[in-house]
Design a protein around this ligand. Sequence first.
Ligand SMILES: Cc1cc2nc3c(=O)[nH]c(=O)nc-3n(C[C@H](O)[C@H](O)[C@H](O)COP(=O)(O)OP(=O)(O)OC[C@H]3O[C@@H](n4cnc5c(N)ncnc54)[C@H](O)[C@@H]3O)c2cc1C
Length: 454
Amino acid sequence: MAVIAVVGGGITGLALAHRLRSRGKDAVVLEAGAHLGGVIQTRQRDGFSTETGPNSFLDREPATRELAASLGIEERIRMADPSAKSRSLYTRGQLRPVPASPPAFLKSDLLPLGTRLRVLAELFTGRAPPGQDESLGDFGRRHVGARATSVLLDAMQTGTYAGDVEALSAEAAFPTLKQLEREHRSLLLGAVRTQGRQRAPAPAGTKLKGAMCTFEGGLGTLVEALARALGPAARTGAAVEGLARSQNGWRLSVRERGQQAELEASQVVLTSPAHVSAELLAPLDPSLAGHLKGIPYAPIAVVHLGFAPGKTPPPDGFGFLVPGQEQRQLLGVIHVSTVFPFRAEGGRVLYTCLMGGARRPDLVGLNEEALAALAQQELREMAGVTASPDFTEAVRWPRGIPQYTVGHLERLSAIDSALARLPGLHLAGNAYKGVGLNDCIRNAAALAETLASR
Ligand SMILES: Cc1cc2nc3c(=O)[nH]c(=O)nc-3n(C[C@H](O)[C@H](O)[C@H](O)COP(=O)(O)OP(=O)(O)OC[C@H]3O[C@@H](n4cnc5c(N)ncnc54)[C@H](O)[C@@H]3O)c2cc1C
């Protein structure tokens, strides 16, 4: 049977290969690193369970739950503790809760009164001229004004992209916001009109909880289950170093555990980061490689600070985000032990601090001790955590999160046109049409179905 080679064993590559194999296709995953999962890895140490990359997924669409069900681990999905529902923003030098409803927003001190009134005037915003790819900053200023954009929209994008409001494309990075605008003109109006729809119970037969979720044992449980299901079809320590067309499809040069080998495949899916795929494709199509190289990434550091039981009071809520105008070193903080108490045994307290991003890329160059010390100092000044942590861990991702900047959609259509000239070659992964776990899994499943039906 013709082999489908999947380059990269992150969640995209694993989910794709699993779906292909369950549709009877001979898919093989080639992963350069020593472990599967890409940026996802759960570590257990000193009573703490830490994540190197993502912390959770939003159980609002079926992709991740369906994947879990197909692996027999749906029962191991764990919802965030209901007490962790509230979120805060660090604005004007202090933590302030994010109000849950428009009337509460009007009464809250999240933004100064004049800014809140400007947000209300959003009801009169006109639609953007069609076909215009505007930055999230421009989009925000049109709708809610400059001050609310630099607080609310900056915090929102920081939570997903760790990027820059002036660089991100509103349409590519937040398509649902642009859809609200297209359908309802005003975002507030759209939010009110669709509230009923969003609150409606999940369709009969689905178990979607609409909550942030992980798995018992962390997100690593999903990777382990995929690795088990794929068995020897998922190969670690197998770096793809070259790609050429062959008589029956494609020939891959693979360096596997020090040995150079070749693999013949009828189809190839590159799920490697865009800059790696660019290197592989440069000899075949320099212009395609150029488009891929043009997708920037924001570096990010994940810093865990753990406290022994009783050392510091457990924090309330999910955590907080920090808009750039506050000029702090933290992008955001997750109150892990409040959200998922089972990730910190026996009453321990665990914070995960996110640092760097497009705002402070230099911070990702700091060593682990320096990052932990900086996170600790920031947490003390911003959230009043005065105790010294008993456990620290820092993970640095120099190319952490792809940035869907203005022009991204145009770049994607140029990439699609170039791929049409290379039959049997496909691109997937977080660099293109969604960075969240749900996006990666949903897009992988859709591509698998397309390939399986050929
Ligand atoms: C710090 C951080 C926090 C995040 N938090 C969340 C969150 O809470 N919720 C959420 O939904 N999303 C989150 N995300 C986003 C989400 O985790 C990622 O977008 C997603 O996991 C990416 O999966 P992927 O398979 O597309 O890419 P990757 O995980 O990057 O996998 C690509 C793989 O390709 C391999 N590779 C590279 N070169 C080669 C080669 N030449 N040959 C073979 N293999 C190669 C790499 O080693 C890697 O394993 C977060 C991301 C980061 C970095």
